[in-house]
Design a protein around this ligand. Structure first.
Ligand code: ADP
Ligand code: MG
Length: 139
């Protein structure tokens, strides 16, 4: 297994519900290392750019509204097999389908407001970490 990097976003719903610490504890409890972290309020342009791949999907407008309605916490995670391990820790996109012990099962509300984001491939992990941490974490 290779050491990988993946991007986590604690979404506005989870920040509003005071679950930042709970989610970070799950991330650290799973043995993923937090390399860098920022709390920020995404602009519309940042959210649209980040979710560019979904721009033709029917929920795109709703997703951008949601992701910009309040602050988020973005973090760059690192570890062996980190991309797949963080996806497993997050659980299914729809919290109703997520397994017990996952972040989305514990803290997600519905298929849109599902508490967290995680990169879906090694390549996207690199691209997404660079999107929020362009000035470091490049080595
Ligand atoms: P994931 O976050 O699990 O990788 P997707 O990449 O398919 O899921 O979707 C990106 C995000 O868009 C989801 O996490 C969720 O916030 C939102 N989303 C996905 N499907 C829907 C939907 N049917 N209705 C509303 N929002 C959705
Ligand atoms: Mg995705």
């Amino acid at each position: 297994m290779a050491v990988e990097r993946t991007l986590s976003i604690i979404k506005p719903d989870a920040v509003e519900q005071n679950n930042i610490g709970n989610i970070l504890a799950m991330i650290q409890g799973a043995g993923l290392k937090i390399l860098g972290m920022r709390m920020l309020h995404l602009t519309r342009a940042q959210a649209q750019g980040f979710y560019e791949v979904h721009k033709e999907r029917p929920f795109f407008g709703e997703l951008v509204e949601f992701m910009t309605r309040g602050p988020v916490v973005v973090s760059a995670l690192e570890g062996e097999d980190a991309v797949a391990r963080y996806r497993a820790l997050m659980g299914a996109t729809n919290p109703d389908d997520a397994d017990e012990g996952t972040i989305r099962k514990a803290y997600g509300t519905d298929v849109g407001e599902n508490a967290c984001h995680g990169s879906d491939s090694i390549e996207n992990g690199q691209i997404e970490v660079a999107y929020f941490f362009p000035e470091y974490l490049l080595k």
